[in-house]
Design a protein around this ligand. Sequence first.
Ligand SMILES: NC(=O)c1ccc[n+]([C@@H]2O[C@H](COP(=O)([O-])OP(=O)(O)OC[C@H]3O[C@@H](n4cnc5c(N)ncnc54)[C@H](OP(=O)(O)O)[C@@H]3O)[C@@H](O)[C@H]2O)c1
Length: 262
Amino acid sequence: MRDFSRALITGATSGIGEAFARELPDDTQLLLTGRNEGRLMALRDELAIGGRAVETVVADLADEGDRASLIARAADFAPDLLINNAGAGKLGRFLENDPDGERETVMVNVVAVVVLTRSLLPAMMQRAEAGGRRCGVIIVSSAAAFTPVPMFATYAASKTFDLHFAEALAEEMRDSPVDILALCPGATRTAFGERAGYDLGNLPGASDPRAVARGALAAVGRETVHVSGLLKQAAFAPIVKPRRIVTGAIGFAMRMLAPRDR
Ligand SMILES: NC(=O)c1ccc[n+]([C@@H]2O[C@H](COP(=O)([O-])OP(=O)(O)OC[C@H]3O[C@@H](n4cnc5c(N)ncnc54)[C@H](OP(=O)(O)O)[C@@H]3O)[C@@H](O)[C@H]2O)c1
């Protein structure tokens, strides 16, 4: 595992983000962010032991002002690892989903990832270069990134963006002192499914979030795309032609999950 000293984790209040906070070594300083202030405080109290600095920022990543405040705090914090983990999505037919929820999905999963990475990475790379070290960026995509997903259209497309964005940056910056990883988890036992309106995370075989975070941290610097857990076979879906067959089959399965379509 690469040795990082200061990590910024978005979506640190639960699930995979919280797992990253717990899996990083005790001497890694943390800047944790999310909207749930109580969870941030509780995590800070729990993890700030033995002089370890754990800072928190309450921020809604769908909000431009909150993103700017977070970036200002992060610039002072000077991370060498940026974990773009926060994510949102709503299961359901696109035209029946709340438009604000669809917008939030794009703002959190796409816009915040681009804005945070663009704002923080130049200084991260400069510090790495000056110190003869490496920095890292983990972008949490999904096994849903590899195909269109009817009934989860905006979410899956946003995760395709995350995957392609991370892969393209990794190639652009392959001679720079940064390791960029797209993490594509399959079904993982977190609050995500309940928030999104399905219960895939409770499937037998769904991954433990700490195992997902551990696998990702071990993969930084070794892989560009790390696919893990249940449903990871989705990574092979793009080779099936015509694409319509895969989309139709996934649409059939997703209709079983969507409450209105059962
Ligand atoms: N669970 C799975 O099966 C699975 C599979 C593949 C990929 N993923 C991806 O894994 C990542 C983490 O999800 P999870 O499974 O750990 O779900 P989770 O337990 O629901 O955690 C989601 C995190 O994102 C934060 N978040 C959501 N909307 C936000 C907003 N508007 N502003 C700021 N923070 C926001 C939440 O914090 P607050 O509520 O405090 O704001 C929370 O900490 C996501 O990107 C998700 O797409 C999950």
